[in-house]
Design a protein around this ligand. Sequence first.
Ligand code: OAD
Length: 255
Amino acid sequence: MEILNSDAIVERLKQARVYTILTGAGISAESGIPTFRGENGLWKNLSPHELASIEAFYRNTAIVNEWYRHRRDIIEKCTPNAGHYALTEMSKYLPTFYLITQNVDGLHQRAGVSDVIELHGNIMQNYCIRCGTRYNVQQFDEIYEHASRHIPRCDCGGVIRPDVVWFGEALPAEALERAFQAAENAEVFLSIGTSAQVRPASDLPLIAKKHGAFFIEININATMLSSSADLLLQGPSGEILPKLNRDLHRIISAN
Ligand code: OAD
């Protein structure tokens, strides 16, 4: 069944040159990665709010490291799903394609998109709080194995932390700048699998809309942004995106 079944929408998508995509935890749910605000969002009865902050990290570095190690283990065992792969396909034929993600799991890259705007960092990267030296996951794990009290330290003595954005922290400036640009330039903006509760990522669809973009939301539930959407595609992104890709490909190649 076609999901782009209105002539007006088809015409709009056919004319569009710039597609900007924003993804959230929902796109990786079908890969087996728990969302933040879903049923499996707690770990040892602790919520991300109690773990993902610099205060939590200083208060209990070992526990926070254990949580990240647990999440990295889950992510390493997961593979991209049909939703990730559909976006990869779309990136190949859409005239201009920007992919912005709030996810730190790297699954878009593993599905074959090389240029991903990561707003919240990447869980496989780490850096020293004192001198900034970067550590990939293998280097980190090696240090972690031998670390006293599960607190990995750099050669300079500084504590090594995950390269992810925590509550209360600023987003990486370059990624944020690129994301705002991509939202402003968008002719079609897709928001996929995000509850749109965390700013500034949740501002991006509205910025795009203000600049004239056609706004499509894909989610299993309604969100704060649903009432602003020009097209709501309700359902799992792993099912909706392959259909959207098929329809879009047909429309664009008929151009
Ligand atoms: P949330 O956990 O807040 O929301 C996940 C969204 O995905 C919800 O709206 C679900 O309805 C939807 N969803 C779940 N399964 C889905 C599926 N199979 N297909 C489509 N949609 C599905 O996650 P985010 O919105 O990504 O920030 O959370 C945003 C940020 O909050 C995260 O990046 C994280 C957290 O604080 C930081 O760590 C800085």
